[in-house]
Write a protein that binds this ligand. Sequence first.
Ligand code: GRF
Length: 204
Amino acid sequence: MAEAKTGIGILISGRGSNMQAIQRNVAAGFINAEIRLVISNKADAPGLKIAQTLGVETMVIPTKGLKPEEYEQEMAAALKARDVTLVCLAGYMRLIGRVMLEAFPNMILNIHPALLPAFPGEDAHRDVLAYGVKVSGCTVHIVDGEVDHGPIVVQRSVPVYDDDTKETLAPRVLEQEWVAYSMAINIILSGQYRIDGRRFILNQ
Ligand code: GRF
């Protein structure tokens, strides 16, 4: 009998290029899982159309003006109904709250376009350039209820050049995000790790 694949759910708010990269690696057999649902809080997120073209089920769950408990109940139920065990935030612009954290303990990942704990928040590339660091990158971490904060699973770095602007730095980082996210998913799917405080430690 074929082994049942792990169900992945992806939350987006916009473009969806990380979602697309994950799906590409699923289709190529690099990730042994199935994307069962893509949820957006925005009805006009371009990533929704991309997911549909890829044949992935999509859902819009608006969050505006609602308490996290209100929309997260709906979100958790939709994901559980599709046997999702790993949730990936991919450009999802809302803080994850108690309901989702309790429904998927240590099984929600987020990607951030900087080397955390430096430059958390919404405009990392602007902050990186303003500070003048020479190296940036991306971080995939476990979501713990604080913004861009939980234990770090994978980081990849890129150089920051003297003539960089947000427009030149962002795509250099994004290319690494596409690699880092799938690496992190595979580590989580392998189950070969433990979490000790903030430290995410691979089994030897
Ligand atoms: C990425 O840079 C990600 O790190 C950040 O939001 C952006 C989403 O891009 N959290 P996309 O929607 O995956 O193309």
